[in-house]
Ligand binder design. Structure first.
Ligand SMILES: Cc1cc2nc3c(=O)[nH]c(=O)nc-3n(C[C@H](O)[C@H](O)[C@H](O)COP(=O)(O)O)c2cc1C
Length: 213
């Protein structure tokens, strides 16, 4: 059951020196590829990093988090701002089977086309999109017995810490001005079987029915 996987999954930060078979990696990537997105816009790109030097740079970007360097694979999630451009967005809508007149209408409505609200909102919505792909990959990985950890503590456009390392990573990953590194996911096999201990806030402080108390 999916809920069993969710209950068992925990963030793992120490990995065995063991490669992930390509077949499994492809399944993980496919899960992200098939994740839902705003009007099926898929404004993202996923970069699979195995190269040690690149992983070292990505670790530096995350404030030297060691698991970024030690994981056999790091997936880098890029928000593709170009995916929100009129041209690209229209293409996607057209591929979804929408008529030109419907597409024109959508492009005038800020609720349906966030680009009308400016760059900040596009970035916000991009983070939202990428999150689904990350979650899908993380769960598919768990299903395959592969552990992971989301790495959100990084310098990027959202944190606006444009240090030297930020520029270097952009260069090494060959990112254009429309490509924004949003987050990363480390993948590998846990060094030690860690007992899952879900520490969460009280269930009834989080879940409500009909309205908040
Ligand atoms: C958006 C996001 C960013 C995170 N950033 C980091 C990070 O930079 N480094 C890290 O070691 N863990 C990171 N985590 C993992 C969380 O610390 C972890 O999910 C949380 O403590 C709950 O533990 P669990 O995943 O084992 O259930 C991040 C998780 C999320 C969802």
């Amino acid at each position: 059951m999916l809920l069993d996987l969710i209950e068992e999954r925990k963030s793992i930060r120490q990995y065995l020196d063991k490669e992930i078979p390509n077949e499994d990696l492809n399944k993980i990537l496919k899960a992200g590829y098939l994740a839902p997105s705003w009007m099926n816009s898929q404004p993202w790109k996923f970069i699979v990093v195995k190269n040690n030097e690149t992983k070292d740079l990505l670790s530096q970007l995350s404030g030297y988090q060691p698991h970024v360097k030690n994981a056999p694979v790091v997936i880098v999630f890029i928000a593709d701002k170009n995916g929100w451009s009129k041209e690209e967005f229209s293409k996607v809508l057209s591929n979804n089977g929408l008529a030109e007149s419907a597409i024109e209408k959508i492009l005038t409505k800020p609720m349906l086309y966030p680009s009308l609200l400016g760059d900040d909102k596009v970035l916000l919505r991009s983070v939202e999109q990428v999150t689904y792909a990350v979650s899908y990959m993380m769960l598919e990985a768990k299903e395959l017995g592969i552990d992971s950890c989301v790495i959100g503590a990084i310098s990027n456009e959202a944190t606006v810490i444009k240090e030297e390392i930020f520029n270097k990573v952009n260069e090494v990953l060959n990112l254009s001005k429309d490509d924004v590194l949003i987050t990363m996911l480390t993948l590998g096999y846990a060094k030690e079987k860690e007992k899952t201990n879900k520490i969460r806030k009280d269930y009834n402080k989080i879940i409500y029915f009909e309205k908040l108390n």
